[in-house]
Design a protein around this ligand. Structure first.
Ligand code: GLP
Length: 245
């Protein structure tokens, strides 16, 4: 696990975008694993800028997203498909038919999850998976548990996640309580993993992830065992770390 501590959110976003830019320049048909939440917005802004200034093309890129809320149509403004279009896909030359987000409207989430993992295999696997970090150490929507989830499937959101995501919805009752998420196993198969976190609210989860024991009680801690995982955190998110990095 490589830990990079940067000054602030802006620097975190630039460094994270740099990893994607380098990959896309080296491998124009790379498979990107993408994430939602507030944390990656700055990274996507940097990628859009790079494209608009003519230094980067996504024409041969495919992408797979980590998760989606169950019950939200792709056209719902709080759906993760909508988020991805708004924050990234609508502003770059990616072929949208090659951008995949699990369906929150599937009839059978076991079937949808299996098909999603097979899709990733057919694409040749994920070259670089971007991850945010839940306040409780979750990655994708894999909540703290007594085991690591393997493949993509439906998950129940914890009260703390529902509360954290409430800021995007008018009322608490509107926040979905279930999601479909790539499993920890699906995420772990990515060739490279890049986790970004910013701000004091993430400091405890960051400490557990980097310095705690590897346990499904903190799903992100599994990244300690990944052969190519990079963690980019700002000073506030790194403030509870005891080691020197
Ligand atoms: C949601 C997403 C995660 C994300 C997390 C943190 O739960 N499913 O992928 O990492 O929120 O979000 P934020 O970046 O807004 O703190």
């Amino acid at each position: 696990m490589k830990v990079i501590i940067v000054k602030d959110y802006a620097q975190m976003s630039e460094v994270a975008a740099g990893h994607f830019i380098q990959l896309i320049l080296e491998k124009p048909n790379a498979v990107l694993g993408l994430a939602t939440g507030s944390t990656p917005i700055g990274t996507y802004e940097n990628l859009v800028k790079e494209y608009k200034e003519g230094r980067l093309s996504f024409a041969h890129i495919s992408s797979v997203n980590l998760d989606e809320y169950i019950g939200l149509e792709p056209t719902h403004p709080q759906s993760y498909r909508y988020f991805m279009n708004e924050q990234l896909f609508d502003h770059i030359d990616i072929d949208k038919s090659q951008t995949f987000v699990p369906s929150g409207m599937a009839k059978d989430f076991e079937v949808e999850g299996k098909a999603y993992d097979e899709r990733i295999e057919v694409l040749g696997g994920i070259d670089l998976q971007l991850l945010g970090l839940g306040n409780n150490g979750h990655i994708g929507f894999n909540e703290p548990d007594t085991f690591f989830s393997k493949g993509t499937g439906s998950v129940e959101l914890t009260p703390s996640t529902i509360e954290a995501n409430q800021r995007f919805f008018e009322k608490k009752e509107d926040v979905p309580t279930k999601a479909i998420s790539m499993g920890v196993g699906s995420i772990f198969k990515a060739k490279k993993v890049l986790l970004i976190a910013s701000g004091q609210a993430k400091a405890e989860a960051v400490r557990e992830m980097i310095e705690g024991e590897v346990t499904p009680a903190c799903p992100a801690s599994i990244l300690q065992f990944h052969s190519d995982a990079t963690i980019i955190i700002d000073e506030a998110a790194a403030s509870l770390l005891e080691g020197s990095y």
